[in-house]
Each structure stands twice: as structure tokens, then as C-alpha cells.
Design a protein around this ligand. Structure first.
Ligand code: GCB
Length: 566
């Protein structure tokens, strides 16, 4: 659970300027023995754009800083909490290894309770070596079957720059030694709020749960789990553009310890029924984008002002949703979406899967990542659906593999619909049948049928009907768009101009709005973002409706008109 401060819990943020060495030959000891002369590195942030030396560094980045454990932390469980560290992270304190985690987009903790209240030296090795077996796979193998431009540099299996670093906040935390380990909240629009509480130990004592003045008391006779329900009277529902939130205050009292944790939640229900996606029983239409965590200098580092800006632009343009393509985003972003009433499709960091993964050896790893994501994000009302993968290659070859992924997600969270984002043909996508929503990415008049928007739209219309007639599921066009150089204009519209992007997006939307089974349109992408080098990317993937600086292209005004009027 995200670290919080209250009567029983404390946290100290360790973000700031750290020491940094790329490929530290001396390993952890390199710092201790003064064998290296470190550069400065800002945390949170990627190393690539902070210092020209490191743009194309994709290896082991070594970070160091000192920190103090205050006296007030004595007798508590003390741990370090990393929001995310790219690739594989190994953590050392005073030269001793205290933790290891794989996967650059989800948090982990390292217990350091046994350390004294004193100054300590923290070293983190963020190993961002491009690895064909990491999740997501960060390197293509020759056997993978290449995308048109995949001789890109570096040759990742996905189309975004493989930024490295400590990307989210690092906290030093202190919590009671017997503590509330996890809380799961589920709501019904009747106001019924049910909760499952997990404790660190089997305990005798009492749990009190309070929300909106309603109280539920549970006594513990040696259990480590407890469940209960309360009913909020006249519930204010969580709605699009109106993120009504409640607090669920969980208090634990035992003979030896007390603890408290407050979860923010929204009262809402989501359901797929026939061809409709229902929020609180009403059909919703997704208008929005696929996004990235990406900005100048920061790389994938979280920045509150940047995201405040992005949420303000989402509102300005009339969007109601986005997908966390292609990995789980910083937890602060989900909090912001909760309060703004923005719907999120939460995507697992499973982009670039292909048949070499579809076997027992990798099933466990893939399912574990799905569980990790759901466990982190399950209480956010903004998350209305899980996307378990983006554009898996030849998914039909992994039919049983995808069935198992779908089951994993449903077992972990029976309350939200699931999807995966399909590309390729109908024949390549047999696992769609295990999912609730059919999300598809299509780039007619961009990656094929160049320059001919009308023909592209005709192709799209037929392709969509074919998918729908086969699977009979609600259809989300999860990506469509065109690379566009801001400032490039022409008449008539030609590829790469602002006119072309604008015309293409509005023509595709015209097609979508004629099909009753369509539940939404997500434009690729919200903003330009850093891509790998190849002839089809001018520094960035330029399919943004906003530039990387967040200035609107012509298409932003076009979308604003469409999305605020209909
Ligand atoms: C896709 C991918 C996305 C790419 C986009 C593109 O289908 O899901 O990651 O960036 O196409 O622009 O090619």
C-alpha cells in the first residue's frame, strides 16, 4: 500500500539529488572505496536526458545517497519503498544487499528494521540492460519477426525510448510492527461498501472501520484477515468529471500495537452488458488517448506539475479517459484521475509479447505481473478496466496462455471488465473470446493506404465489422492516428502535416460514430513522446495531438470541437 503519514505511520521522502555512476566497475564498493567520481542525478527521473553522457546508456546505473533513520522509528517496522526503478533493481544499505526487484513499473519494499537509528549509506543498482526476456521485453531477437521500422536504435520490442533510472519517489517508512498489510474496497451504487483487510500477523484485538460516519467493528480471535460491510447513506456516486471520493478509515488495536490506514475510494459500478460499457448503470463512450510517462529531461520521472497540466488539457479537450499505455503509471496519477473523474484503462507492462513467451515457463511471470498491478491499483475508482497486454504478436498461438492471464485478472478482481489491445488480423486474435471488450489498434491511411484518408476509412469500417461479427463484443478503437510535425501545413492535406492529422482523426471518428457496437475512441497519442531512432521517427513519435511541450496541434482544436459538442 502507498506509504502514508498518520498517528502510527511515518515516511521520509528520499527524492532529490543522488550520486550516479554508469557501469560502476567496483559495484557497490566502488562508492565506498572512493573508486568512482560520481555525477549528480535527480530522483525521480531517468538518467538519459539529465546529462548528455547518458542518452544512450542502457546498462547498470548506480545511485548512492545517505539517509538518517530517526530515533522515533525505533521499535517499528522500517523499510525503503521504491515507486519504480527501471529494469532490475538491487538495493544495498551500508554495503549489505537488502532487496531486489524485477520490473520497472511497479513498487517494491526493502525491510531494514534491524538497522540502528543513525546515518546509513543507500546504494541502488538500476539495471536497465535491454533484455529480451524482461517484462516488457526490452530487446528484439531476430526470431521475433520485425515490425517495419524495428531496426531502430536501440532495437526494443516496443515503440518508446527505454528510459532508465529511479523513476518514482523513494520513501523511508516506519509503521507499527504488527500492521495493516492490505485493504481491498468494493462498492455498489446502493452505497454498500465491502472491505477485506489483511494484517501482517495473526492477531487478537479489534478492527474498527469508519466511513461517512458509518462504523463497523470486527473482533480478531487470532486471525490475520477480516472482512465486513458498511452502507453509506445517500451515496454520492463517482462519475465522469465528478470524482466524488470517500475515506475508509481502518484502525487496528491489539494488546501490543495500534495501526491506522485510510483508503480513498469512490462509489461506482462498472459492467459490460451486451455491446455496452456501463458506469453506474449508464452507457459510457470513451473519448481520450493512449498516453506515456514522458517529458523533456525528466524522461519517465514523475512530475506533479506536468501531470496537473495533462489533466487540465484532458479537460480542455473534452476527453474523459486514457489508457496507461503501456505499463502501470505512477500512483499519484491514479489519485489525480480519481479526484478529477477521469476513467482509466490500467494496462499491464506487457507490450511486445510474442510466441516465444507463450509457454509454462513464462506464464507464471506474466500472471504475477498482472497480480502485482491489480494489487497496487485495485482501490482506484478511476480504473474502470484492465488491459492485460498491448499488441501481443500472433496471440492465437497463445490461446491457452491468454486464457490463463484472463483468469488471473478475474480471480484477482472480479469487479472490473478486462481487455487486451489487439493488432494484427482476426485470425491472430482468437483470445479475444476470453475478454469482455475488444480493443483494437488500427492505422489506416498511415501505416498503409498512405495519404488516402477516405479509402483508409472504408477499409477500417469493413475491418471493424468483421471483428465485431466474429466476437460480438463491445469495440474500443484503442489507437489510431498520424505522425505530425507541428508547424507543417499544406492544402490539400498530406501526410505529416497538421491538416492531415486533423482530417484523419475526424474522418475516423465519423466512421466510429456510425457503429452502435463502438464504445469509444482513443487517439494515439496524447502528446509526442521520445522514440528510438529510425527513419520514421523524427526524434519523437509525433502522433501526439499535443507536442511534447504540451502545445496543441491543429488536431487538438478539431478534437475539442468534436468532443465538447458530441
Ligand atoms: C502501436 C503501438 C504504440 C506505437 C504506435 C505507433 O500500435 O501500440 O506503442 O507507438 O502503434 O505510433 O506506431
Amino acid at each position: 500500500m502507498f506509504p502514508k503519514i498518520n498517528k502510527y505511520r511515518d515516511r521520509i521522502c528520499l527524492s532529490g539529488v543522488w550520486d550516479f555512476v554508469a557501469d560502476n566497475d567496483g559495484g557497490e564498493k566502488g562508492f565506498a572505496n572512493g573508486l568512482v567520481s560520481p555525477d549528480m542525478m535527480g530522483v525521480p527521473g531517468s538518467w538519459n536526458e539529465q546529462n548528455t553522457k547518458y542518452l544512450q546508456f542502457h546498462g547498470k546505473g548506480w545511485y548512492q545517497r545517505s539517509f538518517f533513520i530517526p530515533d522515533s522509528f525505533s521499535g517499528k517496522k522500517v523499510f525503503l519503498r521504491f515507486g519504480s526503478v527501471s529494469g532490475k533493481a538491487t538495493v544495498f544499505v551500508d554495503g549489505e544487499r537488502v532487496g531486489y526487484h524485477e520490473g520497472g513499473f511497479l513498487p517494491f519494499e526493502c525491510d531494514i528494521s534491524k538497522l540502528s537509528a543513525d546515518e546509513h549509506r543507500l546504494v541502488v543498482c538500476a539495471d536497465n540492460t535491454l533484455d529480451p526476456w524482461s517484462l516488457p521485453p526490452a530487446k528484439l531477437l531476430d526470431s521475433d519477426g520485425r515490425m517495419g521500422f524495428s531496426d531502430q536504435y536501440p532495437a526494443t520490442s516496443y515503440d518508446f525510448f527505454p528510459f532508465g533510472g529511479i523513476h518514482r519517489d523513494v520513501f523511508l517508512c516506519a509503521i507499527p510492527s504488527v500492521y495493516i498489510k492490505d485493504v481491498t474496497v468494493r462498492t455498489k451504487i446502493s452505497g454498500e461498501v465491502s472491505f477485506d483487510i489483511e494484517l501482517s500477523d495473526r492477531t487478537f484485538g479489534k478492527i474498527t472501520v469508519e466511513s461517512d460516519g458509518e462504523i463497523c467493528e470486527l473482533s480478531l480471535g487470532g486471525e490475520s484477515r477480516a472482512s465486513g460491510k458498511i452502507t453509506v447513506k445517500s451515496p454520492r456516486l463517482w462519475k465522469i468529471g465528478d470524482g466524488q471520493l470517500y475515506d475508509l478509515r481502518v484502525s487496528l488495536a491489539t494488546d501490543s500495537a495500534c495501526d491506522e490506514y485510510t483508503v480513498s475510494y469512490g462509489i461506482r459500478e462498472v459492467l459490460v452488458e451486451g455491446d455496452k460499457f456501463l458506469l453506474n448503470g449508464e452507457s459510457v463512450y470513451f473519448k481520450g488517448f493512449g498516453k506515456h510517462e514522458d517529458f523533456h529531461v525528466l524522461g519517465k520521472g514523475f512530475s506533479a506539475p506536468l501531470w496537473v497540466k495533462d489533466f487540465s488539457l484532458l479537460k480542455w479537450i473534452g476527453a474523459n479517459s486514457f489508457r496507461t499505455s503501456h505499463y502501470p503509471y505512477d500512483e499519484n496519477i491514479l489519485d489525480m484521475a480519481d479526484r478529477e473523474g477521469v476513467m482509466i484503462i490500467g494496462e499491464a507492462p506487457l507490450v511486445g509479447l510474442n510466441p516465444r513467451f507463450y509457454n509454462d515457463e513464462h506464464q507464471g511471470r506474466v500472471n504475477a505481473v498482472i497480480k502485482e498491478m491489480i494489487s497496487r491499483d485495485k482501490n482506484h475508482p478511476s480504473i474502470v478496466m484492465w488491459s492485460l497486454a498491448n499488441e501481443p504478436g500472433q496471440a492465437s498461438k497463445g490461446d491457452a496462455f491468454f486464457a490463463s492471464m484472463a483468469k488471473t485478472a478475474r480471480d484477482a478482481d472480479p469487479t472490473r471488465p478486462i481487455t487486451y489491445v489487439a493488432h494484427q488480423s482476426l485470425a491472430d486474435n482468437s483470445p479475444v473470446k476470453y475478454f469482455d471488450v475488444m480493443s483494437v489498434t488500427r492505422y489506416p491511411a498511415w501505416y498503409f493506404i498512405y495519404g488516402r484518408i477516405e479509402e483508409g476509412c472504408k477499409w477500417l469500417s469493413e475491418d471493424m465489422d468483421e471483428f465485431y461479427n466474429t466476437y460480438k463484443k463491445p469495440y474500443l478503437l484503442a489507437e489510431f492516428g498520424a505522425d505530425t510535425m507541428a508547424g507543417l501545413h499544406c492544402e490539400p492535406a498530406q501526410m505529416f502535416s497538421e491538416e492531415y492529422q486533423s482530417e484523419l482523426l475526424s474522418s475516423v471518428i465519423d466512421v466510429l460514430r456510425q457503429k452502435p457496437y463502438v464504445i469509444g475512441e482513443h487517439v494515439w497519442a496524447f502528446a509526442d513522446f521520445k522514440a528510438n531512432q529510425n527513419y520514421s521517427r523524427v526524434f519523437y513519435n509525433r502522433k501526439g495531438v499535443f507536442t511534447r511541450e504540451r502545445d496543441p496541434k491543429m488536431s487538438a482544436h478539431t478534437l475539442r470541437k468534436i468532443w465538447t459538442e458530441k
